[in-house]
Every structure is written in C-alpha cells, then in structure tokens.
Design a protein around this ligand. Sequence first.
Ligand code: SF4
Length: 281
Amino acid sequence: MTLLPHPVTRQPFTSPVAPGTGWPDDPAAPDTPVAHDADDVRLLARAEDLDEVTARVSVCAACPRLVGWREQVALEKRASYADQPYWGRPIAGWGDDEPSLLIVGLAPAANGGNRTGRIFTGDPSADWLFASLHRTGWATQPTSEHAGDGQRLVDARMVATVRCAPPENKPTAVERDTCAPWIASEITLLRPSLRAVVALGGFGWEGALRSLAAAGLTTTVRRPRFAHGAEVVLTDEAGRELTLLGCYHPSPHNTYTGRLTREMTDEVFTRAAGLCGRMSA
Ligand code: SF4
C-alpha cells in the first residue's frame, strides 16, 4: 500500500485515509460507526452531539457509486497531485461549532475536498470563496489550500448537501436523499446559534431549503426561487427567524466569465454579516 506525505505535516498516509490516523482535523476514530445504507444513515445521523455526527459522516459508506468514485479518484489522482495522499472519504461540516452563519454548497470536488479532506479547500472555487470570506471578516486567511494550513472560519461553518464527490459533480436524486439526514441533523444541532444561511448556487439553494424544512424551518413564500442576492426569511416552531441568502456558485465558469464578480460575492457575505449582527448591513 502506497504511503505519501501530507503536504503540510509531512506525515505519511494511504489513499483513501484511514479514520483516526492523524490527518489534520480528521473527526473520526478507528471505531467510529459506519453507515452502509440509507437506513443506517437515518439511524446514525440521530446523534445528539455535533462532534459525533461529524465523525460519523466522515466515514459513511452508504452510496456505492459515490464510495467507488471517491476512492477511485483518490487512488488514480490528478497528475499534478500525484505526490499527495488523497482523503477519499466524505467531507464533514467544518468551522465554528456555534456559528451565526452556515454556508451550504452542493458537493465536494473530486480533486478539491476529496483530496484535501476539507470542504472548499484546494481548488479555484475555494480560492475565490475564501478571499471573499477573509475580506468580509468570516475567515482568518485569504486562502484555503490544505487541512492543517491554519485557516479558520470565524462564527461560520460550511457544509455540503451531498458529502461525497460525485462523478461530473452530479449526485443522483437517490444519493441526495440518502445523504439528507446528515445535513438535517447538523442544522438541527446548529439551529440555536444560526441567524443566516448562504446557499452557493441553485443546487445549494434547493438543498438548503430541503434541509432547513427537515429541521423545522418554514417560510410563507411558495417555492422560493434562487437568484444571486435572493433572500428568504424562514421561521422555526419557536418563532425565531433565519434568513437564507442566494449567491452564485464561485465556480471557475462563473468567475472567469464575470457572471460572479468579487464585489457581488462580498456583497452577499457583508449582508450576511449584517444579519448576524457582526457589522451594519
Ligand atoms: S453521499 Fe452522503 S450518504 Fe452517500 S456515502 Fe457520501 S456521506 Fe454517505
């Protein structure tokens, strides 16, 4: 079995990385329970502790097609990363444990999160997103290249609606539904502190709405539509409000073509800061 050094710590790892072997911020231990199908996910996602949910999702093996793909990419590797170990496991939520802001994307990238083990880390989308998060006060550094690089979110957390890298960035509806209990559980546990959610792209928007509804947050708006800068107020059973904001996905397609500019990205996260009481909107 080939061992390669982690780019930051230089500790050697297999690809995929075995749970609890020292990868920076690996939430799992060798004995963390593994979900093997949708019923297991529903059962294991019921944990009442955020750290335990995070650990369990990071070893999940419930979607055979996605497990096969994430591990195949981890073994074959992109040529430019041939000297690196690949995480090759699901990407857990990452950031503050009691955040005001939750950032929701669709799924990790095969050579981004699936390589680095951290959401929005190690690809051009991450470069764009973290530069904006740093400018608007949500991240301590302007780049996010590797787990263990010292990057930290401030009062914010990131999650994906589907936690494994899918072929062609397209999970199936069954895979989306199988993964849904993980994010629903996470949102339920984070709910007391959350004030705003930024959804990246139309798929992130739909996924966020579904997950928020599963966590008991509803809106009077019928089928809220995604747009850059769109806002929807949702309310929980206790009458507490949370605002969902739309932002174009920071994909190279959107940023290279100018569909999403630096100013447009900063506006969304500055607005989120205002909603979360971090600065005037
Ligand atoms: S996509 Fe979600 S449910 Fe499917 S294997 Fe990955 S973590 Fe598990």
